[in-house]
Design a protein around this ligand. Sequence first.
Ligand code: AMP
Length: 146
Amino acid sequence: MNNSKLKKQQTLSILKPDAVSKRKIGQILSRFEDAGLKIIAARLLQLSKKEAEQFYSIHNNRVFFNDLVNFMISGPIFVQVLEGFDAIQKNRDLMGDTDPKKAIPGSIRFDFSDSIEANAVHGSDSLETAKFEISFFFPEINIYNS
Ligand code: AMP
């Protein structure tokens, strides 16, 4: 594809507690880098309950909200900003379907995750969400979409 027609974007990517505890950080980061996405910021941290509830507030009336929050605070997570052409969609394509049973072979969730809850990775789903999620973890970063 001709990259000159695509917009350079930034997106937030999280390697969830299951991926970190299984020591898959290196292998998963390779997927992003090999696909042309650049890691421009990264942190390893453990969320508090309050932070996880804030981050996932969009899902706070879903039946899985409490389980999701409890899972996300169960261990360290690796949070990063990925930059590249069409980064939001590219990241989501690399991740695969939310449910690993539906994810295509070769996607990160197919290869590294066990269930819809412990599904290894999170990625922003739109420009608006990316902006919120990046500033949540990296308030110092200037976001641009040009
Ligand atoms: P998303 O913001 O799309 O990443 O969704 C948040 C996360 O909620 C997903 O990555 C899953 O880990 C979890 N999730 C979404 N749907 C379900 C579900 N039906 N049951 C359990 N967890 C879910």
